[in-house]
Design a protein. Structure first.
Length: 367
């Protein structure tokens, strides 16, 4: 074969992807077992020391450490006596430059360990997704398990706690001023997941009262626990509720829906409920994936990421409900505008918020 042989190029691409997949799964294991956190700040540990500190089996840990060093995420420290290559028991491992920030700093904006756990959780559900593909059914979010639910929450937490109130909301005209003023403003957070957006807003604006909504019982339990742990149960109420059936009184100053509209089986009904919550004077803010305006092939990285999650998670979840709109994670602007228009909004305004993955929209009420 030659370097320009198409089949050779495809084979090389898949081989490289296989190596990357192995890295992702090993990172997911290391994060789940706390291995990166145990290594951080130690100056290097042997396999026996890491096993003792993390409560894991020494032989297995040694193999994981060697894999991580082989792929370059860990460094092997040399010392006196036999070289590390000669005696595996003497090898001391420490994170390579940048690894701690990306894999251990849970509130950092570059924290990506939960993404590896998300992908591992998605891989575990492949048999159920295959059944969905054959019979047209779906895979409910609950069936993806705790690791999917918790890793998604962990992945979004830094942005909700560090960017939402500080960088994103100030771009929306009049919102911050209202949230800081009296009488106390009400916020509704739709598809709240583990509650981090609600917590971020309640912490930043001490006067507001937040109603957070999610249909998944385990997510609701997780959100309530997080709210209680932050001492905010007096100002945040988490509802186990299908937002499409929520009764709104038009008193919310702000209604947010982050990274959830494309998952909802009935997005127009959900947006009608959002309109009822906000009323004529409230602001509706929708954040979702920054997709391209139209389908292209090959596509950019954001669309590739979106289609990957859509095939494995988002579309199967949406299809688990009767008469689903089956939007999928790659929700383009035309689709969002059609949903908003059908729900009675006058327009969709793209907000000037710079984010690599997300785009933010203000849904304009009818005049």
């Amino acid at each position: 074969m030659t370097a320009t042989d198409p089949a050779e190029a495809v084979a090389a691409r898949l081989f490289d992807a296989s190596l990357a997949t192995m890295d992702i799964l090993a990172v997911a294991l290391g994060d789940r077992l706390g291995l990166y956190r145990c290594l951080a700040g130690t100056g290097g540990l042997t396999a026996a020391e890491l096993a003792a500190k993390s409560g894991t089996a020494p032989r297995w840990v040694r193999e994981w450490l060697e894999q991580q060093a082989a792929t370059g995420l860990l460094r092997v420290r040399t010392g006196p006596g036999p070289t590390p290559e000669d005696d595996p028991q003497l090898r001391r491992y420490e994170p390579a430059a940048g690894v701690d920030e990306v894999l251990t700093e849970a509130d950092g904006l570059r924290f990506l360990a939960p993404l590896a756990r998300q992908l591992a959780a998605a891989a575990r559900s492949l048999p159920a997704v295959a059944d969905c593909a054959r019979d047209g059914g779906g895979v409910p979010w609950a069936e993806y398990g705790a690791d999917m639910r918790e890793s998604e929450a962990d992945l979004n937490r830094p942005a909700y706690l560090r960017l939402l109130a500080q960088d994103w909301l100030p771009v929306v005209p009049g919102v911050v001023e209202r949230l800081r003023s009296d009488p106390p403003a009400r916020i509704a957070d739709v598809g709240c997941g583990a509650g981090w957006a609600a917590i971020g807003m309640a912490r930043a604006f001490p006067r507001v009262l937040v109603d957070a909504y999610d249909v998944d019982p385990e997510s609701v339990r997780l959100a309530r626990a997080n709210v209680a742990a932050h001492g905010l149960a007096d100002r945040i109420t988490v509802h186990e509720c299908d937002i499409a059936r929520a009764v709104g009184d038009g008193t919310c100053a702000l209604v947010t829906a982050f990274e959830c509209l494309h998952d909802l089986p009935h997005p127009v009904a959900a947006l009608r409920a959002v309109r009822r919550l906000a009323g004529p004077g409230g602001t509706v803010l929708v954040g979702d994936l920054r997709t391209a305006d139209r389908f292209t092939a090959p596509a950019g990285d954001v669309d590739r990421l979106g289609y990957g999650f859509s095939v494995l998670v988002c579309l199967p979840d949406s299809l688990s409900s009767r008469d689903s709109a089956a939007t999928g994670a790659v929700m383009r602007m035309d689709t969002l505008r059609s949903y908003a228009g059908a729900a009675g909004f006058a327009d969709v305004e793209i907000l000037p918020i710079d984010h690599e993955l997300w785009r933010f929209h203000r849904l304009v009420p009818p005049s």
